[in-house]
Design a protein around this ligand. Structure first.
Ligand code: DGL
Length: 274
């Protein structure tokens, strides 16, 4: 049996989570939805983010996913309850997953303005580690610049220096990449940070929680599936977007190492893609 994992984000960012899932579970098929018609989520109101989450999760449920992985911190921060109510299947979030793995008391969070303002990271980390000092910084310029597709532009470096400044003033030694687009900026961020500051990608801790969840639903552990043929990349993941399939395929090719086949979808239509 192969359970289907559904992942969603506003755009390219969730591919950083998908990559982690594909590396850990090469036998597991995934359905990825990039809501590119409405990117960025991070500057939207709480009400909009929750309404969008309900619609997206409803669509993924109609597609028959067995597990939902919220590959978007903004939805996770502001609409986890909406996703849980709408999904009808187990939901795995990034924020709780990484909070349990933090082993520092001086933590900085880089996130979208909506995630930072929600305080979701602070609450989740404090629940696991009450002594931690957590500083959350909203980074409005990052997602639009990343979605534009060129990580070499000077505006990104300037924006990154500005967002990191308060964290460095606070003396943090751990910075959580609290938006799934930001792991794509790891080389840039590392170049602006002292070597003793570690960058944490929540997708790693979340990926490790997915295996036990799949096992609890009856999936054989990956280690026992070694004899099964590994799914080819096109078999493994179905990519869907609400905006331009062509534009997403071109931009995603850089991050995935090959150009994916991408389906344009209408979330109001229950038609199955897979
Ligand atoms: N990548 C998403 C996140 O993790 C959303 C970014 C956005 O659309 O603003 O928050």
């Amino acid at each position: 049996m192969s359970l289907l994992v559904g992942l969603f984000d506003s755009g390219l960012g969730g591919l950083t989570v998908l990559r982690q899932v594909q590396a850990l579970y090469p036998h597991t098929p995934c359905l990825y939805l990039g809501d590119t018609a409405r990117v960025p989520y991070g500057q939207r109101s709480t009400q909009e983010i929750r309404a969008i989450a309900a619609e997206v999760v409803h669509w993924l449920r109609q597609q028959g996913v067995d597990v939902l992985l919220m590959a978007c911190n903004t939805s996770n921060a502001l609409a986890l309850d909406v996703a849980v109510a709408e999904a009808g299947v187990p939901v795995l979030g990034l924020i709780d997953s990484v909070a349990a793995a933090i082993d520092s008391d001086r933590v900085g969070i880089l996130a979208t303005p909506a995630t930072a303002a929600s305080g979701a990271y602070r609450r989740a980390i404090h629940a696991c580690r009450p002594s931690a000092q957590v500083r959350e910084v909203g980074c409005p310029d990052f997602v639009p610049l990343i979605e534009a597709g060129n990580l070499e532009v000077p505006e990104l470096r300037e924006a990154a220096s500005g967002y990191l400044a308060p964290l460095l003033e606070d003396g943090v030694d751990t910075i959580v990449l609290g938006c799934t687009h930001y792991p794509l900026l790891r080389p840039l961020l590392s170049s602006l940070l002292p070597p003793d500051v570690q960058l944490v990608d929540p997708a790693v801790a979340t990926g490790h929680r997915l295996g036990p969840l799949l096992a609890s639903l009856g999936e054989s552990p990956e280690a026992e599936r070694a004899a099964e043929p590994v799914l080819s990349i096109p078999e493994r993941t179905t990519y869907c977007v609400t905006g331009s399939a062509e534009a997403f395929a071109t931009a995603a090719a850089t991050w995935l190492g090959q150009r994916p086949t991408v389906h344009g979808v209408n979330l109001q239509s229950p038609a199955r893609i897979r």
